[in-house]
Design a protein around this ligand. Structure first.
Ligand SMILES: [Fe+2]
Ligand SMILES: [Fe+2]
Ligand SMILES: [Fe+2]
Length: 403
């Protein structure tokens, strides 16, 4: 008589579900941090802008897993309680290059994550655990698109010792679910490079960093002002880079801060794209314009609260009157594209200033800052006027050396 093979169903019970969701949340969260840490150091501009989107998408996934986890356990955020998985996610950042880092994440970990989500979706109790299924189904849409992105973005990147190392670490953790037989932990390859938070913003060879050819158009030069405005948008990746650095440097801040900052970072990458698109629609190649990476280096020399205050209370809070004026001008001359772009930008920027107001008190408190908030902000605005608005952007050697 034939033995009937019965596929196991509903193998994920309540306890296993929590254990797995903790692992997924941890993996997604560490990917957000790794991408943020690396973002300023990614040289290729379009890849860098994509990294901002990818880290925001993964922050969405952490958020969705968090929403489910807080319904089944308290506290919602727990370590995965698996040293091998923790080692894997601690190691991914120490890649020898941006491409290796991306290959480790998107060709090793993400495919395993997708397989785990798909398997999980078939194995949990469908009706009782429907909220998990809902989130996984939507997360999978992003993750599958991300794998397609990686196929193209990393097409020319051969598999190397770093990627093999990450694969071996994943195998040592029993895969994303921890259910697979575990191999012995591998030794790190010679190419491993200890990660330090980038204090310089990388640009690929297409860009000049020399700003001497750029001069401010006269106030009555409307066309020059408009071009200058959108050329500046095409540099807003500098703000995305500061957001990414701040996100990376604040592992102990509440999750909601990381979540807001992931959005802030992605918005600035979108503003950069908005400048790129505007220039392209006017027949201009944005790589022909220099990028003032000195701004990032200058901001990065300061502590986290100062960096975030320089950005949100300095650049962002002060841009509204200028932008409103431009928006009115564009409306008047019937320049719909420019007017629409500035409208969307201002909507984002209002959020960014609100993020500054929301988070600076806690950033200050955690940094041990003794000045009251108002005094700290006033001092930081004086610094902004003195060093940024003046165009001096001095780097003070005494500020360097920590990372
Ligand atoms: Fe994700
Ligand atoms: Fe912006
Ligand atoms: Fe902004």
């Amino acid at each position: 008589m034939d033995l009937q093979i019965i596929e196991p169903t509903e193998s994920v019970d309540f306890r296993t579900n929590k254990r797995l969701l903790n692992r997924y949340r941890f993996v997604e969260h560490e990917i957000v941090r790794t991408l943020a840490g690396w973002l300023p150091a990614v040289p290729h501009m379009e890849t860098k802008l994509d990294v901002a989107r990818l880290l925001w998408e993964d922050a969405q996934h952490v958020q969705q897993l968090y929403l489910r986890l807080r319904e089944v356990q308290n506290p919602a955020f727990r370590p995965p309680d698996d040293p091998a998985l923790e080692r894997l996610m601690r190691e991914v950042i120490h890649a020898p290059s941006a491409e290796d880092m991306l290959a480790g994440l998107f060709r090793v970990i993400k495919p395993a994550l997708v397989a785990a989500y798909e398997w999980h979706s078939t194995q949990t109790f469908a009706n009782p655990d429907a909220p998990t299924l809902y989130y996984l189904r939507h997360i999978l849409l992003d993750e599958q698109a991300q794998l397609e992105w990686a196929n193209k973005a990393l097409a020319d990147c051969p598999v190397g010792p770093w990627e093999n190392y990450i694969a071996a670490l994943l195998a040592a953790a029993g895969g994303v679910t921890g259910r697979e037989p575990r191999d012995a932990a591998p030794e790190a390859p010679d190419c491993r490079k200890i990660f330090t938070a980038p204090r310089e913003a990388a640009r690929d060879a297409r860009f000049s960093l020399d700003m001497s050819s750029i001069s401010r158009p006269a106030d009555d030069d409307r066309a020059g002002q408009r071009l200058n405005g959108f050329r500046n948008y095409a540099q807003e990746v500098l703000a995305a880079e500061t957001c990414a650095l701040v996100l990376y440097l604040t592992p102990d801040m509440p999750w909601e801060f990381t979540y807001d900052l992931a959005r802030h970072c992605y918005d600035e990458a979108r503003h950069c794209r908005l400048g790129i698109e505007w220039l392209a629609r006017h027949g201009l190649d944005y790589t022909a314009f220099p990028q003032n990476t000195r701004i990032y280096a200058w901001r990065s020399q300061y502590d986290v609260p100062t960096q975030y205050a320089l950005l949100t209370m300095g650049n962002e809070a002060h841009a509204f009157s200028y932008r409103r004026k431009r928006k009115r001008e564009y409306e008047k001359i019937g320049d719909r594209l420019s007017e629409q772009f500035v409208s969307y930008d201002m909507a984002d920027e209002r959020q960014h200033v609100a993020f500054g107001h929301k988070w600076l008190p806690e950033l200050l408190q955690r940094s041990g800052e003794t000045r009251p908030l108002e005094e700290f902000v006033a001092d930081t605005m004086a610094l902004w006027e003195r060093e940024y608005v003046s165009g001096a952007l001095p780097i003070h050697p005494a500020n360097l050396g920590d990372s």
